[in-house]
Write a protein that binds this ligand. Structure first.
Ligand SMILES: *Cc1c(COP(=O)(O)O)cnc(C)c1O
Length: 427
């Protein structure tokens, strides 16, 4: 008798992209993971990899950090969801803890508004800014403008993609939400001159992560802050990827001594366990949102607050930020050496966050100006596939760039191992 297998093929042979039922909105690397601990993950075939993407910074504390899984396990056995129709015992403690961590870094007495995903935090900040602009600043309802930077990434909702400059993110999803003005990133003068009497806010990533860890000049963020203050315009820093230790500081905006009016947080706030986001900022701004004007069934739920509290606790003594700074400096020296050798075209880095550009392949193989070795990777995707084969997970962006964001908890020897493998992949 011949047995016809009815079960699905093992995961190792069925990538998500070959599934007929899973939507095709991602093009993942060919690996199927089954478990993870710290900086390491294991695939279905038992192969181990160093995770140098960390869920785009959602896994800043690594996989299954014991303090985070303990908090989640304990809370699952107590209370998981109330909705905001009723309070629960961790809601105010979470808000107060987060205000304690981030409040001193924003302009003015802080308030916290919990949501779930990053995009929801951005939407919340946009709504708060528009309502503040109307009610406090006196901009006629429906006329508020918000200034954003080109190359931005703030999420995937219809309003947010309305002001994206990435054709893939935007095309086909119209009609678009009006009220946004796009200026070149890094040009504070262009930004200042785009401000007029309808402008309620500037929404900006202090470091553009999705764009390839693009760092502005030293003077940029302070100049943006000054332009906002002068015109009574809110500075909203989207720190969903840059915040919570990634850059060696609690917020990236600290690197330039800038205090935003509102900050959006997400990703690492959920400790890699569940989606948790928040807007933290001036209470006179967030205070315009009153009962019934904004909300979320899951925002600030007990499980999210339990994990969020544990996340804040991990960042509260500053030691993870300090080690990200120290490890980052060590790592940066090694990455710079790869640039000096011509194996990389350029490196941009802040703390444990780096964007690496693969040298462009020359169209004329005989050209003496070819900088890269002929056996090097042809683009970011190729480099990520080579890294995968060597046991390192990373993700390409915009063709020739790869972005690395190792867990803040990575050991120096694991970071060196990953960098050895990177060097090997580049040769
Ligand atoms: C990831 C990200 C978002 C969106 O977060 P989601 O949780 O995916 O909705 C927004 N802004 C920045 C800077 C991000 O990196």
């Amino acid at each position: 008798m011949t047995l016809t297998p009815v079960a699905a093929a093992p995961a190792s042979t069925s990538s998500s992209e070959s599934s007929a039922v899973l939507a095709h909105n991602y093009h993942p690397l060919p690996v199927t993971l089954v478990d993870g601990l710290g900086s390491w993950v294991t695939d279905v075939d038992g192969r181990r990899y160093l995770d140098l993407l960390s869920g785009y910074s959602a896994l800043n504390f690594g996989h299954r950090h014991p303090a985070l899984t303990a908090a989640a396990h304990a809370q699952i056995d107590r209370l998981t969801l109330t909705s905001r129709a009723f309070d629960h015992d961790l809601l105010v403690p979470f808000a107060e803890a987060l205000a304690g961590l981030v409040g001193p870094l924003v302009a003015g007495p802080p308030m916290v508004l919990p949501m779930n995903t990053g995009a929801e935090a951005v939407e919340t900040a946009i709504k708060a800014a528009r309502k503040w602009g109307h009610e406090v600043k006196g901009v006629p309802d429906g006329q508020a403008t918000i200034i954003v930077a080109d190359g931005n990434f703030h999420g995937r909702t219809t309003t947010i993609v309305s002001f994206s400059t990435d054709p893939d993110a935007r095309r086909g999803f119209g009609p678009y939400t009006p009220g946004f003005r796009i200026v070149p990133y890094g040009d504070a003068l262009a930004l200042a001159s785009a401000i007029d009497e309808t402008t309620v806010a500037v929404l900006i990533e202090p470091i553009q992560g999705e764009q390839g860890v693009v760092l502005p000049s030293e003077s940029y963020l302070p100049a943006v802050r000054a332009a906002c203050t002068a015109a009574d315009v809110l500075l909203i820093c989207d720190e969903i990827q840059s915040g919570l230790g990634r850059t060696g500081t609690t917020l990236a905006s600290e690197l330039w001594g800038v205090q935003p009016d509102l900050v959006t947080l997400g990703k690492a706030l959920g400790g890699g366990v569940l989606p948790v986001s928040a807007v933290v900022g001036r209470s006179d701004v967030l205070g315009v949102l009153t009962a019934g004007t904004h909300g979320s069934t899951f925002g600030g739920n007990p499980l999210a607050c339990a994990v969020g509290l544990a996340v804040v606790d991990l960042l509260s003594d500053g030691s993870l930020q300090a080690s990200a700074t120290a490890l980052g400096a060590h790592w940066g020296a090694r990455l710079d050496a790869l640039v000096d050798e011509g194996l990389l075209a350029s490196v941009r880095r802040a703390g444990l966050w780096a964007g690496l550009d693969v040298p462009r392949a020359s169209s004329d193989p005989g050209s003496p100006t070819t900088a890269r070795s002929t056996s090097g990777p042809v683009d970011g995707r190729d480099l990520c596939e080579r890294l995968l084969a060597l046991g390192v997970l990373a993700k390409d962006t915009h063709g020739s760039t790869i972005r690395l964001a190792p867990p803040l908890t990575i050991t120096e020897s694991d970071l060196d191992l990953a960098t050895d493998r990177l060097e090997h992949a580049l040769r």
